[in-house]
Write a new protein. Sequence first.
Length: 246
Amino acid sequence: MLSGGASAKSSPTDLVTDIDRSSEALIVRALLRARPDDGSQGEEGSSEKGSTGITWVIDPLDGTINYLYGIGVFAVSIAASHEGRSIAGVVHDPTTGEMFTASEGKGAFLDGHELRIEATGRPLSEALVGTGFSYSAPSRAAQARLLSVLLPEVRDIRRGGSAALDLCSVACGRLDAYYEAELKPWDRAAGGLVAREAGAGVITIDGLYPGSSTTLAAAPGLQAPLSELLRRAAEEADCRPGAGRQ
């Protein structure tokens, strides 16, 4: 059941709630009190330029659709960015109480316990891979065609609904890899740093879908084969939006 003062943003399937807006306002106020000269960039429109070179990148509720439907997979994501590079980040899961943190060059942690992904030698055919989908219907159709090629080549696919938590799931071994197109800076800023500091390969792939880039995070040894598979799948599936229509 939908609730929480929901309204549409980029499309009827892309929603924002009163909780998104009030959470972002609360976070921005707290950050500016602590660091008044820093900038901020929030999903729901907060924007402060700042003078220190540090910008706080905020997703106040990553997984809004899950939240609206009472599915407990959503998070608060906050990262400190310098010259477009995340240098510190936190992802909090209010449903479980888990807190993922990372700082550049100093590792990643889950509730204070260090996260470190070890190479297992597991082949791609045994990899559990997470993904997500666009809010645009034509883009989702193209992503479904790619998925039809990818799915037989891996152990299975999971779609959680929160990019930040999916990236953290790679960091703690709940997923072997994760990919998603059209992510915004606030979707990946903190979770991407957590995954990278835990030892995952985190890259951006251009060209899978026209006009967008794809974020890929993978455990050691899986980045190259999964990247190659995604490129082959995009070519075989012809991932131009609308290409599959007759």
